[in-house]
Unconditional design. Structure first.
Length: 160
């Protein structure tokens, strides 16, 4: 409808342009309001992922360009071979580099998640050596209290 109106001269055309622009901007604005109002996503997680992927992208672009330049100008390898080798090297580096950068970004910017992961890992190590059921129950309740901070913690265990 907005497209049909924008083709007409005068006031109907201007109204069509305004309706078209409003329609295009309306959906992202409504999504942003819903996300912020109802806390649909944790903004710190979005920021940490964006930052991590930006860093990984910059590092991989640098590695790719460095290998291509090194291979073509210093070692005098033909350009298609250098590009293929650089592509393979960057593809092999992507996942390990992404994991390391994400851990570093989480440690720096998303500290609550990093601390919770460390807390659960430490509990798992203690659980391997534990034999006393009451101690396990108390330790589990303590870990849940620290990690999730609920108002109340109850642990139910079967008597099998």
């Amino acid at each position: 409808m907005a497209t049909l109106l924008s083709a007409k001269p005068g006031l109907p055309g201007a109204a069509g342009v305004v309706a078209g622009v409003g329609g295009q901007l309306g959906i992202p604005v409504c999504l942003g309001v819903a996300i912020l109002k109802y806390r649909l996503f944790e903004i710190n997680r979005i920021v940490s992922r964006t930052l991590a992927y930006a860093i990984v992208t910059a590092l991989l672009v640098g590695v790719y360009a460095g290998i291509v330049l090194l291979a073509t100008h210093v070692v005098s390898v033909k350009e298609p071979v250098a590009v293929a080798g650089s592509t393979l090297a960057v593809a092999a580096l992507f996942n390990p580099l992404r994991r390391r950068v994400q851990r570093a970004v989480d440690r720096r910017f998303n500290r609550a998640r990093y601390d919770t992961d460390r807390l659960v890992a430490a509990f798992a190590v203690r659980l391997k050596d534990a034999v006393d059921q009451d101690a396990i129950q108390a330790d589990l309740a303590g870990v849940v209290q620290q990690a999730l901070e609920p108002a109340h913690v109850t642990v139910w265990m079967s008597d099998r």
